[in-house]
Design a protein around this ligand. Structure first.
Ligand code: MN
Length: 191
């Protein structure tokens, strides 16, 4: 049921994005971060949970520096199949522009002390507006938190925790974007 909003925003005869079907994965939970140059460039941060991808749009992209608190706007759940989507969403469609996978891998829900918890407990934490998880990706590694800002249900912050993977250098997700992503954006900026 949670994909109704996803499906209602899209006409699958006109966009190459996958139509929304609930997934059921019994293995490790996956995550994906997609670089999406729509009307504005942003990064879509997605965590698999309960057969869908919980999703946040992060204008500046994720950071491995614990000093950064990256604004993350919660958006509609996406189908698990979306995790491998890359390509062009044609003009006139919702989110028109270009999507590339920026990072993907698995993640583990953890509690405030960093101990593994069940997806059910993680779902509960999500409802309360504060989740913590351990990422195993190419760019994103170690522990992160997503915290709801209370001023509204959609406004969250993504924060890297201090651990052996964290950096104290400035972190720009664009530095790790694929050449093809950057070429698309350079071409768009010429117009
Ligand atoms: Mn997006």
């Amino acid at each position: 049921m949670t994909l109704l909003k996803y499906n209602s925003k899209r006409n699958f005869e006109h966009t190459p994005e996958p139509s929304g079907k609930d997934g059921n994965n019994t293995g490790k939970l996956i995550f994906v971060v997609q670089r999406h140059h729509a009307s504005h460039l942003h990064y879509d941060f997605r965590l698999e949970l309960n057969g869908t991808l919980k999703s946040w749009a992060i204008p500046k992209g994720p950071s491995m520096n614990p000093k950064d608190k990256r604004l993350a706007m919660m958006v509609e759940d996406h189908p698990v199949d979306y995790a491998t989507f890359e390509g062009d969403i044609p003009a006139g469609n919702y989110g028109a522009g270009h999507v590339d996978v920026w990072d993907h891998g698995t993640y583990e829900p953890v509690d405030e002390h960093g101990a593994p918890i069940t997806p059910a407990a993680f779902s509960h934490d999500l409802q309360t507006g504060s989740i913590k998880f351990r990422m195993n990706g190419k760019h994103l590694k170690g522990d992160f938190a997503l915290v709801n800002m209370k001023k509204d249900a959609k406004t969250w912050l993504l924060i890297k925790h201090k651990d052996k993977f964290a950096t104290d250098e400035e972190y720009y997700s664009e530095d790790y974007a694929k050449k093809s992503s950057l070429a698309y954006t350079a071409e768009r900026n010429k117009k």
